[in-house]
Ligand binder design. Structure first.
Ligand SMILES: *Cc1c(COP(=O)(O)O)cnc(C)c1O
Length: 384
């Protein structure tokens, strides 16, 4: 497995950071292109381009691939044979981790939050008291990302949607690692939600270097994208800060809130040795207000937007992240134009395509697009 390791030459502007990875594994198809995007509804003063991080791969697509290049290198360097991570049932990060693990020969374990599971009253005794759970494994559809998780042979464990990382999920990841160690003698590598730690951070620090190589600093005034666990936001904001660039970074939240991400980025700054010189509020604009019904839930307006963007521009957004982010961007450009530093906008498409295949878009199209039906050829031929 060590044959997958490549020496990492960190950009010179990273050299004063305290945690610099020694290695990376090549997973992504980089560099990703930047194209003009004729997104309908953009106020005439602005011009929007799109950086296609949905094209970092096919099954290995989206922003998580960049983080995993450093996380898997760390796992391999440490001799781990298992990787354990977590997410929601349709997690893009879980799917990307499962595919990368299969490519690199590690065994993958996914602890996934599922909306149909609730712990209520007693059926099973634990040290914290009795819990009950509804077993929904039998009817679990292998759709969207879950299909790919299963195709890779990853072990999938379901927990309630309301589970919190620090109190519910992390202890389970540690317990599973202990169990695997006892059973197999092998070590596990634990990856926090979204891969957003100081190792995964290098995914978007190096993406910032890639963007500089592509001329982004000269060609754009603002970069905007969707924020879910904060790693992409931290990487781009810190890269932008260390280069003293004039670009302004904007992150649209689709879960938690601004305070949560400010704290995440401030924690990251402290961990890499920049805590005394800057803070999240100085280096990034975090935008709340576009969560809609909440994480993983979609309104008809959001699905209509994703549909119309695909129809009008051929860019496929996803319901959980990039759709909400792009819709939020349009609304901010229209209602809050002064929040942007200039009029040359770069939207970073963070991926998520497989989330489209979880059934929501299917039911939306059936319900609302009756005027654009699928037609039997035999029925129309008479009309021609
Ligand atoms: C995870 C994810 C994000 C959010 O990125 P973070 O680094 O976790 O904030 C955005 N878009 C898509 C498609 C994702 O899968």
């Amino acid at each position: 497995m060590t044959s997958f390791l490549n020496h990492f030459n960190a950009p010179a502007w990273c050299h004063r950071l305290t945690h610099i990875p020694q290695h990376f594994v090549k997973l992504g198809n980089l560099n990703t292109p930047i194209n003009e995007w004729s997104l309908p509804g953009v106020p005439s003063k602005f011009k929007v381009h799109i950086k296609r991080d949905d094209l970092t791969g096919s099954t290995l697509s989206g922003n998580k691939v960049r983080k995993l290049e450093f996380l898997f290198a760390d796992a391999i360097t440490r001799g781990c044979k298992h990787v354990i991570t977590c997410g929601s049932i349709q997690s893009n990060f879980a799917r990307t981790t499962a595919i990368a693990a299969a490519q690199l020969g590690l065994k993958c374990h996914l602890i996934l939050r599922h909306p149909d599971i609730e712990y209520t009253t007693a059926t099973k005794q634990t040290k914290d008291g009795p819990i009950q759970y509804k077993d929904c494994t039998a009817n679990l559809p292998f759709d969207g990302n879950v299909l790919l998780d299963k195709m890779t042979g990853a072990s999938v464990y379901l927990i309630p949607k309301a589970s919190k990382y620090e109190t519910d999920i992390k202890p389970r990841m540690e317990k599973l690692a202990d169990h695997l160690k006892k059973e197999t003698g092998e070590e596990s590598y634990l990856v926090p939600v979204g891969g957003s730690n100081t190792t995964g951070l290098y995914g978007y620090l190096t993406a910032f270097q890639e963007m500089m190589d592509q001329g982004v600093l000269e060609q754009f005034d603002d970069i905007i994208f969707t924020c879910g666990s904060g790693g992409t936001a931290a990487g781009l904001a810190i890269g932008n800060y260390l280069n003293q660039s004039k670009i302004r970074i904007h992150a649209i939240t689709i879960c938690d809130n601004k305070d949560y991400f400010v704290e995440h980025i401030n924690d990251t700054l402290r961990q890499i040795g920049l805590g005394d010189e800057t803070s999240a509020d100085d280096i990034i604009d975090i935008i709340d207000g576009y969560k809609g019904l909440g994480y993983g839930l979609s309104t008809d307006d959001e699905l209509e937007f994703i549909y119309s963007v695909c129809r009008d521009t051929g860019i496929v957004l996803d319901p959980c992240y990039s759709g909400k982010g792009a819709l939020g961007m349009l609304k901010e450009l229209a209602n809050n134009p002064d929040r942007f530093q200039g009029n040359r906008i770069l939207f970073l498409h963070t991926g998520g395509t497989y989330g489209l295949f979880d059934g929501k878009m299917d039911s939306f199209l059936h319900k609302h697009k009756q005027s654009e039906p699928v037609i039997m050829w035999e029925k129309v031929e008479d009309l021609f």
